[in-house]
Design a protein around this ligand. Sequence first.
Ligand SMILES: [Zn+2]
Length: 290
Amino acid sequence: MEKYNHGEIEKKWQKKWAETNIYRATESQEKPKYYVLDMFPYPSGAGLHVGHPKGYIATDVFARMKMMQGFNVLHPMGWDAFGLPAENYAIKNKIHPRIAVEQNIAAFKSQLEKFGFTYDWDREINTSEPRFYRWTQWIFLQLFKQGLAYQSKEPINWCPSCKTGLANEDLEGGKCERCGSEIERKPMRQWVLKITDYADRLLADLQELPDWEESIKEMQKNWIGKSEGATIKFPISDSKNPNDQKYLEVFTTRLDTIYGCTYCVVAPEHPLLLELGERMQKPGRGRKIC
Ligand SMILES: [Zn+2]
């Protein structure tokens, strides 16, 4: 058997696929539709890392199989290009973020093309382009009008080195997944979306996904994080003025064990702590909270 000359063969066929637009999805109704969506890469580095193709190859095999089974497959690709990691890359490399993102996208794209993936590049999107983010802004405004987007001072996971907030999923053993720095819990005024209003629906609709792995559904449930219980108000014992009675509000899922409560612990960022701390600093005054 002749040796497989991958350099020559890949180049020849990829050129042919590009010329004939073989992976372009049309709105044809003749075949059943199938939508294969990858997580878009974040072009905040000079090139792909090995984790990118690891996922993309698997999805591509699946998209190809569906094409061969006669489906009209839409398999797009795009760039999750907005945000602090792109800015940090720009700062570090002393380059304007728009130029850095453009350069990184060009590098990512040429690398992805070498794999010969089944992407319909006509559908390419870039989240840092105004024609894309005008729609995310529009969605935000609709949420805001409905009272579903509001500002709140919440403690967040803050990476002092990346100067960015991190989701719990971005932590590895309490450290920043990206740079390994120790994370600080920092109260910060931020916009939040009231997903809790939809907790019941999100949970109920998981039942409508029979093909999903149980472990994935469990992760979704934990992420939705709904727990049923009661809010209890503990009066603070030294509130002198009955009209100014202060309470410490506590949520519990185990109201039946409340009689075993001997003390309450207040988080370091709790606003009540500042107030109580001031009063406690006056000499000769120890305070019992509960
Ligand atoms: Zn970091």
